[in-house]
Each structure stands twice: as structure tokens, then as C-alpha cells.
Design a protein around this ligand. Structure first.
Ligand code: MN
Length: 469
């Protein structure tokens, strides 16, 4: 369901800048503007969370800082489809297509993001850095696209890492065993620091592209270009060789240091628990560039913007993965209650008995984070948790339809695992193929769906006037 009255399905062009998206949100009552001077510590996150999923929030002069903050840009699935310029049902296929057909970027010399250049850097003075959750260690940059460069091939990688303010010109960074770390290990062999840049304040499609589950040496900025339907304009950094989105609001240029480690965390993460404190990698900042009237974007840990940004690219990848082996799979959804990571709903048009259990096993192989899979028939809306629960309530028997796998690899951020070792559970809530037709016939009132209520209701009427007509 589209929340914006003018958001006609699939008719607009994709949104290509943060400012264009803010205009769209503002014009449709989806951007709340706070009074100037909101506190960066907790108050900003409190307001964002209260509006989460209904309105994005904009904070002028937070703690008196001249740079405003924005949050909650993509805290609704249908908003993402709208920013992409497609109907909600086309969200995953369109993302899949973009990931499979990246569009090389276009280099420009004159970029808004380099209107102002600072080489003598004090991050806390330059940027309004908020602190979100109660036990976070301090101020973080949470919506920074960290762009690194393969030291051998020059191909770039883009992803979001949480970045803790360690010192006026140093950030702590959590590097999980993925692409940034792979590039850092290559830099280590050449005994060089890894050049990086951090882009803050990009458009919704570039944000989403940064979360694509792409192979190593696929530049996510090219997926952003494919989502835009036009090559992404990029500009050469001032102090290193990284290319950054020219239309971004703010860019931090720097290096991940080979040797340095500093304490980082705790930090409120997507499962709605804290990631632990430990010695982690360090970024030395060399420059900050920004637009003359820059906007700072922040993502509140554990909020819907955080969950959906990670969830939607995963859904697209999981759908493609399952459909390779099971053409009967129609759609997948990572539920919000399962933090858009752990619980997968699968809708399928089952053709053979037992097929749903194969789909369950296939889904576990799609990503180690998945710990619960519920498979339903095509008449069940997998985006509605109540419908999925209804299917389990009426089509599932635990002694017959439950799959449990002990001691498999899970998410280390799931506190119920033993350091990432956990169980998998699959529920086959599909109707048996040989069931008599009326046993699982869903009740329905003829004409209910097509009814236009204003045509049959008398809105001003008093019920007593209806007596004895
Ligand atoms: Mn990557």
C-alpha cells in the first residue's frame, strides 16, 4: 500500500539525489521538521524512533551546529519502491536486475560535494555527530558509505560500517570478514594503508545499492547507476584515488591504518542489542569535503531504516538463489520481527509433496543469518505477519511439518547463539496436495473486495432515523 497519495505505481523516474527525495517526502507530509536545537545525544534518536516508519525527520541546528541532520529516509518498504520508480511488487526484481547489470560511473571534475574542502580536520567541530542508544560508547557516523579500492585492480567496494569518533581526526571502524577487509589484507601484503572515503548524505538508491550482496570486485556504485538508469556522477577525492558520488552532501577522505587498533563499542545494532566493545581498526582522516550548505544523514541503530536497508537487498539475493533451484517459489520476505535478517517467509506454488521442505533447506543455504523459514501457499500475503501466523495456525502440524537442524552456523549478533552456533527451524505451512478441496477453502464473501464503501454508506445519517423505515 502506498502511503503517498500521488505515488502512482511505477510511473516516476528513480530519485537521484538526497535533496530530490527530501522534496518528495516533504510534499507528501512524510518529512517532520524539528524545532532548531534538538540535542545530538539521545534526543535526536528519540524523535526519529517515535516517527519511525511514518515520517522521516529533519533537525535544523542540532545542539546549535550549523549542519542539519536528517534520519529515517527509507524507513518504509513502499517508499523504497517509490524512490526506485517502481510498484512495490517490482522492488526485488528491479533490484536483482540492477545488481546483475551494473552501469559504470561517469567521472566529473566539478562536484557539489567538493564546494568546501578542509584538510585540517576536527570532525566534531565540522559535523553534527549524534549518539543514539543508551549504552553506545559515544558519537558515531552510521550512514557513511565506506568506499575502498582494490590495491591490485583499482576496483572499488562500497558498504556501510559503523564509525566511532575516536579523536578529532580518527574514527574506529568494525570490519567484518567481507570486502573491505579483503582489500585491507591486500594492502597489508604491499605494506600500505588502505585508502578510503566515506560518503554521507546520498540518495536512497545509492544507499540501497551499498547493501547489495554482490561478489568481491563488483563496485556497488555501478549498481546505484543501474538503479538510477544513468551512470552515477563521481569525483576524484582530493587526497587519494577514491572516486565518490559527486552529489553526496559530505565526504571524509582517509586511510585504514594497518597497525593501529583502538577500543570500539558497545554500539546498538540491528538485532536491537549491543555489539560488544573490543579493539578494532582505525581510520586516519586526511580531509573533509562538503557542500556549502551540507546535510548530515544518520541511521538510528535498530530502527526500520537500518533494518530495511539491509533486508531488501538480502531478499532480492535470496529470491534469486531459491528460484534457481525452485521455479515454484514466487516471493520471499524477511520479516521486521525477525530483524529483516533471521526470519524468512517464502511464498510458493507447490507442485510436488515435500517440495516445501526442500525449499526450507535451500533457504538455509542462502545465508547463514537465516534461522527460521516459513513456507506458505500463494494465497497468503507474506508481508502481513498476521496472515503468515494464520497459515501456521491452520495448515501446519509440528510432528509432520517441522524441520530442525542443530548446531549450524548462525549470526554472531544473535545473543541466543553460542558465538554464532545455533539451530535452524523450518515450518512447512502449505496445504497437502491431496487434501479435499473444501477442507482448506478460505471463506470469502462474494463482492466484498470490489465494494466501494461511499456508494453504499449514508455518511451523515443518524441510526435512529433508520428505525422502522
Ligand atoms: Mn562489495
Amino acid at each position: 500500500m502506498l502511503t503517498a497519495p500521488d505515488a502512482a505505481a511505477g510511473t516516476q523516474a528513480p530519485c537521484r539525489t538526497l535533496r530530490a527525495w527530501l522534496d518528495r517526502l516533504a510534499a507528501t507530509d512524510r518529512l517532520a521538521v524539528a524545532r532548531p536545537g534538538v540535542a545530538l545525544r539521545f534526543q535526536l534518536a528519540a524523535i526519529t524512533n517515535r516517527l519511525d516508519g511514518r515520517q522521516a525527520s529533519f533537525f535544523p541546528r542540532p545542539d546549535g551546529h550549523p549542519v542539519p541532520v536528517v534520519s529515517g529516509l527509507t524507513s518504509d518498504r513502499d517508499w523504497m519502491a517509490e524512490a526506485m520508480g517502481v510498484a512495490p511488487a517490482e522492488l526485488l526484481p528491479r533490484f536483482q536486475h540492477a545488481a546483475a547489470h551494473p552501469l559504470p560511473w561517469r567521472e566529473v571534475n566539478d562536484a557539489p560535494v567538493q564546494q568546501v574542502v578542509h584538510t585540517d580536520v576536527d570532525l566534531q567541530r565540522l559535523l553534527p555527530l549524534p549518539t543514539h542508544n543508551e549504552h553506545d560508547s559515544g558519537a558515531y557516523i552510521t550512514a557513511g558509505l565506506l568506499i575502498s579500492r582494490n590495491p591490485r585492480t583499482g576496483i572499488q567496494n562500497v558498504t556501510i560500517h559503523r564509525l566511532q569518533l575516536n579523536a578529532p581526526d580518527r574514527l574506529g571502524v568494525l570490519l567484518l570478514p567481507r570486502h573491505t577487509l579483503a582489500y585491507l589484507q591486500m594492502a597489508e601484503e604491499a605494506d600500505e594503508d588502505l585508502e578510503i572515503a566515506i560518503a554521507i548524505g546520498v540518495d536512497p538508491m545509492t544507499l540501497l545499492a551499498s547493501q547489495a550482496i554482490a561478489p568481491l570486485d563488483v563496485d556497488e556504485l555501478e549498481i546505484a547507476g543501474a538503479l538510477h538508469g544513468a551512470p552515477l556522477p563521481v569525483v576524484h577525492c582530493r587526497t587519494n584515488r577514491i572516486r565518490v558520488p559527486a552529489e553526496a552532501e559530505i565526504v571524509i577522505e582517509g586511510r585504514i591504518l594497518l597497525k593501529a587498533r583502538e577500543e570500539e563499542g558497545p554500539f546498538g545494532e540491528f538485532p536491537q542489542y549491543y555489539g560488544e566493545r573490543a579493539p578494532r581498526h582505525v581510520i586516519q582522516v586526511d580531509a573533509v569535503t562538503h557542500r556549502r550548505d551540507a546535510i548530515f544523514h544518520t541511521i538510528v541503530g535498530g530502527g526500520l531504516e537500518h533494518l530495511l536497508l539491509g533486508g531488501i537487498p538480502r531478499e532480492a539475493t535470496l529470491l534469486a538463489h531459491l528460484q534457481r533451484s525452485f521455479p515454484s517459489v514466487r516471493d520471499v520476505h524477511l520479516s521486521k520481527g525477525g530483524v529483516c535478517r533471521y526470519h524468512l517467509h517464502v511464498q510458493m506454488d507447490k507442485r510436488s509433496e515435500g517440495e516445501a521442505k526442500n525449499v526450507i533447506l535451500g533457504a538455509f543455504g542462502g545465508h547463514y543469518d537465516i534461522k527460521q523459514v516459513i513456507v506458505v501457499d500463494t494465497d497468503v500475503n507474506i508481508h502481513d505477519p498476521r496472515e503468515v501466523e494464520w497459515a501456521v495456525a491452520t495448515r501446519f502440524q509440528a510432528d509432520r511439518d517441522l524441520v530442525v537442524i542443530a548446531d549450524a552456523q548462525g549470526s554472531k549478533l544473535d545473543p541466543s547463539t553460542r558465538d554464532g552456533l545455533g539451530a535452524k527451524m523450518g515450518l512447512d505451512a502449505t496445504i497437502p496436495l491431496d487434501a479435499p478441496e473444501m477442507r482448506f477453502k478460505r471463506i470469502a464473501v462474494p463482492g466484498e473486495r470490489e465494494l466501494v464503501l461511499p456508494e453504499v454508506l449514508d455518511s451523515g445519517a443518524d441510526w435512529r432515523q433508520g428505525l422502522g423505515l
